[in-house]
Design a protein around this ligand. Structure first.
Ligand code: ATP
Ligand code: MG
Length: 180
């Protein structure tokens, strides 16, 4: 009898996100630096900062291949976000940055993506969309200092693969699609 396990199909832990340009990344990182002395915890590495649009979790490579042509033909307009609201979630001790005023184009983009996932039969986390950039983990929250708001011109979105390393999560940008 063979003592080797059958080969495992490749799976990736995936999510769609807005992935910042370098200037936006620096600005987001500065807000993390501003919040950190007040809320404690661990700052996210600058290279991990992003805004999740839809979380797919583990997906076989073949499901991913079936999904991508749908995303290729999705057309959505570029938009500007103003990230001016620091928030803290007690249930997971995350300190984050979001928008005081909900962004309709952002919500519409997340909903378009989720619609494509549904149509393609790709499972995803269907919890309500709570747009945020995670800046601190294991934070304590409290009164938020005043930090400089971040203007983010979103001109594309990305499919990201997540790996967990000894020093926290690492994200690989697999593919980007322009917002036009
Ligand atoms: P780690 O889980 O390794 O500590 P992480 O949470 O940053 O790190 P992932 O769990 O792969 O990495 O999550 C990637 C992104 O998707 C993060 O922005 C995370 O907040 C978000 N996310 C993770 N799980 C879910 C979920 N069930 N629903 C919605 N978004 C999620
Ligand atoms: Mg996680």
């Amino acid at each position: 009898m063979a003592d080797t396990a059958p080969p495992q199909a490749e799976t990736l832990r995936l999510f769609f996100a807005l992935w910042p340009d370098d200037a936006t990344r620096d600005a987001l990182d500065r807000v993390g630096k501003c919040l950190h002395p007040h809320w404690g915890g661990r700052r996210m590495r600058a290279d991990t900062l992003h805004l999740t649009l839809a979380f797919l979790g583990s997906l076989p490579a073949e499901s991913c291949a079936a999904l991508l042509p749908r995303i290729d033909v999705l057309r959505a307009a570029a938009f500007e976000l103003v990230l001016d609201r620091a928030g803290f979630w007690p249930h997971n001790h995350i300190g984050w940055l979001g928008c005081r005023d909900a962004s309709l184009p952002l919500a519409a983009l997340a909903e378009r993506l989720r619609g494509e996932l549904r149509e393609a039969g790709v499972p995803f986390d269907a919890q309500p969309f709570l747009p945020h950039v995670t800046l601190l983990r294991n934070a304590t929250g409290g009164r938020a200092p005043s930090c400089t708001p971040v203007r983010w011109r979103a001109t594309d979105f990305a499919l990201i693969a997540s790996r967990t390393g000894v020093d926290g999560a690492h994200y690989d940008v697999l593919r980007r699609w322009p917002l036009i």
